[in-house]
Design a protein around this ligand. Structure first.
Ligand SMILES: *[C@@H]1O[C@H](CO)[C@@H](O)[C@H](O)[C@H]1NC(C)=O
Ligand SMILES: *[C@@H]1O[C@H](CO)[C@@H](O)[C@H](O)[C@H]1NC(C)=O
Ligand SMILES: *[C@@H]1O[C@H](CO)[C@@H](O)[C@H](O)[C@H]1NC(C)=O
Ligand SMILES: *[C@@H]1O[C@H](CO)[C@@H](O)[C@H](O)[C@H]1NC(C)=O
Ligand SMILES: *[C@@H]1O[C@H](CO)[C@@H](O)[C@H](O)[C@H]1NC(C)=O
Ligand SMILES: *[C@@H]1O[C@H](CO)[C@@H](O)[C@H](O)[C@H]1NC(C)=O
Ligand SMILES: *[C@@H]1O[C@H](CO)[C@@H](O)[C@H](O)[C@H]1NC(C)=O
Ligand SMILES: *[C@@H]1O[C@H](CO)[C@@H](O)[C@H](O)[C@H]1NC(C)=O
Ligand SMILES: *[C@@H]1O[C@H](CO)[C@@H](O)[C@H](O)[C@H]1NC(C)=O
Ligand SMILES: *[C@@H]1O[C@H](CO)[C@@H](O)[C@H](O)[C@H]1NC(C)=O
Length: 438
């Protein structure tokens, strides 16, 4: 057999890189919709929001905005050349002769914007004020605005705020402060006079102090995550029987989780993760009928997992990772398959009964021996961080989604590469054949 001619070798070298490059996009779709698909959803998603945001305004497009408020908007750099009520940052009422702004959002403020007392005084029809990424200097709010304001949001804005400053906003039902340092000796300073508050979020704000001993409101949403709160969970919290959402994660709280946590009968989401809670998981938690999200990870909880948890019909997300839990994990596969997220890794004395549960469930813990002790360390056991991310992440996202992402495209590409290369070899073979046979 003669060696292949140099032209064939060149042909091979030229052809192969182009196969491996073109194989990747070709199975997904034709190349034409690929590039616009990146840009098209982003402009289309914000565009419906301006049309849907001023619904109350539609009736009286005839009357125009109060001239004083128009001036105030101009001072805040909000374009007023068109109808300012149809701007997506505002919402107006339909009063006559002049309309008034009831909701205002300032986002990504330029460094020239300053809040002025006069502007805020003219804007004291506002019920909702949102500051997003606006590092303007905080000023005293006029009493008229304080009286009318129901909802106040401050995310990465105002540079820093004090608890006393916030506590003046007495008529609020909704308060959100995130990614802004809040200086106060505790949340009680802020909550003190806000008797109408339903929802409070003060997160990633370096807030210090203890959880308040007395809470005189009917809160439904409490998020104080990502602060430096200390102490234990007081009974004032477990008496909030309208509470649906409680997030105290990433603080410095300690002590036992009080069994009275089971009194929070309206609770849907509970996170006490990344604190220093100790003792065992109170079985009373399973008495909360609508609980869907339970995250107690990264604490020092010990004892066994209460088996009543598996009777919680609505539970979807359960994270008990990185604690000191021990013994035989009490869940059966029916319960486990009903969850979208289950994380148990990082509990070195916890194990599962391999006669009733398959290792395919990837629980992140070792199987039990006949004494209910972990039999052998699970794969890659020694580094608990690796361990939790390994099992945790595959549980976190949709399993199917993840798998497709990891293996699907690779297999397709591989298949196509093999197919194409065998075609190339067939062609070469045929060419060689025709040369030989001549
Ligand atoms: C509001 O409109 C401005 C420009 O008119 C646009 O840049 C911005 O993304 C819009 N914001 C929202 C939340 O729709
Ligand atoms: C503000 O800036 C952020 C990030 O730069 C951007 O995602 C957002 O759409 C901007 N918002 C507005 C209303 O322009
Ligand atoms: C809160 O609103 C009521 C009317 O809804 C008003 O009488 C009261 O003065 C307001 N409180 C403050 C502190 O402005
Ligand atoms: C909280 O404190 C830390 C450390 O002092 C700092 O890096 C962080 O920026 C602060 N967070 C806020 C929102 O100011
Ligand atoms: C809380 O709710 C109860 C019953 O719904 C009501 O009687 C009470 O006035 C409310 N308290 C506050 C501070 O709004
Ligand atoms: C609680 O807050 C943390 C940090 O802000 C966040 O990552 C987590 O998703 C929240 N948990 C729930 C149940 O909302
Ligand atoms: C669990 O932790 C508590 C508090 O740290 C401790 O008193 C108790 O002895 C521990 N129980 C077990 C079984 O380790
Ligand atoms: C509450 O938990 C559910 C289930 O994990 C989740 O889908 C939902 O987004 C959570 N709600 C909030 C406000 O974080
Ligand atoms: C799994 O556990 C649940 C709750 O304990 C129970 O109702 C169910 O019958 C069990 N399923 C099987 C197949 O054992
Ligand atoms: C595992 O389950 C089997 C069957 O239910 C039971 O006989 C056995 O005692 C269990 N093992 C442990 C360690 O709990």
């Amino acid at each position: 057999m003669r060696p292949p001619s140099p032209s064939l070798l060149i042909f091979l070298l030229l052809f192969f890189p182009t196969i491996s490059n073109s194989a990747t996009p070709s199975p997904a779709s034709s190349p034409s919709p690929h590039s616009p698909s990146h840009s098209s959803p982003s402009p289309s998603s914000p565009s419906p929001s301006p049309s849907s945001s001023p619904p109350s305004s539609s009736s009286s497009s005839s009357s125009s905005l109060d001239p004083k408020q128009l001036k105030a908007l101009q001072s805040l750099n909000i374009p007023t050349s068109k109808d300012p009520c149809s701007h997506n940052a505002t919402l107006c009422d339909s009063s006559k002769p002049f309309r008034h702004i009831v909701s205002l959002r300032l986002s990504n403020c330029s460094t020239f914007v300053a809040l002025s007392y006069t502007a805020l005084k003219s804007l004291s029809t506002l019920q909702s004020l949102q500051l997003l990424n606006c590092p303007v200097t905080p000023i005293r709010f006029p009493p008229e605005l304080i009286s009318s304001l129901r909802s106040f949001t401050c995310v990465r804005s105002l540079r820093k705020v004090s608890g006393v400053w916030l506590s003046r906003l007495e008529n609020l039902t909704d308060l959100t402060v995130s990614d802004v340092p809040v200086k106060a000796s505790g949340p009680f300073v802020i909550l003190g006079r806000m008797n109408k508050l339903k929802s409070i979020t003060i997160s990633r704000a370096n807030l210090t102090g203890n959880l308040p001993k007395y809470i005189h409101t009917n809160l439904t949403h409490v998020d104080l995550s990502g602060n430096h709160m200390k102490g234990t969970i007081p009974t004032s919290i477990t008496m909030l029987d309208g509470l649906e959402f409680l997030n105290l994660s990433s603080n410095e709280l300690h002590g036992e989780i009080p069994p009275s946590i089971g009194n929070l009968i309206s609770l849907k989401n509970l996170s006490l993760a990344s604190n220093s809670f100790s003792g065992s998981i109170p079985g009373s938690i399973s008495a909360i009928p609508g609980l869907t999200h339970l995250d107690l990870s990264s604490n020092q909880l010990n004892g066994t997992i209460p088996k009543f948890i598996s009777q919680m019909k609505n539970l979807k997300h359960l994270n008990l990772a990185n604690n000191n839990l021990r013994g035989v994990m009490p869940f059966n596969s029916t319960f486990i398959k009903g969850l979208t997220v289950l994380k148990l890794s990082g509990n070195s004395n916890l194990c599962y009964n391999h006669t009733v549960l398959s290792s395919k469930l990837k629980l992140g813990i070792a199987p039990c021996d006949k004494y209910g002790m972990p039999m052998s360390p699970p794969p890659s056991k020694d580094s608990s961080v690796d361990d939790s991310s390994d099992y945790g992440d595959s549980d976190e996202d949709d399993n199917s989604h993840k798998k497709e992402h990891h293996h699907g495209p690779n297999k397709v590409v591989l298949g196509i590469a093999i197919a194409l290369s065998s075609i190339v070899f067939l062609i070469i073979f045929l060419i060689l054949c025709s040369k030989c046979c001549r």
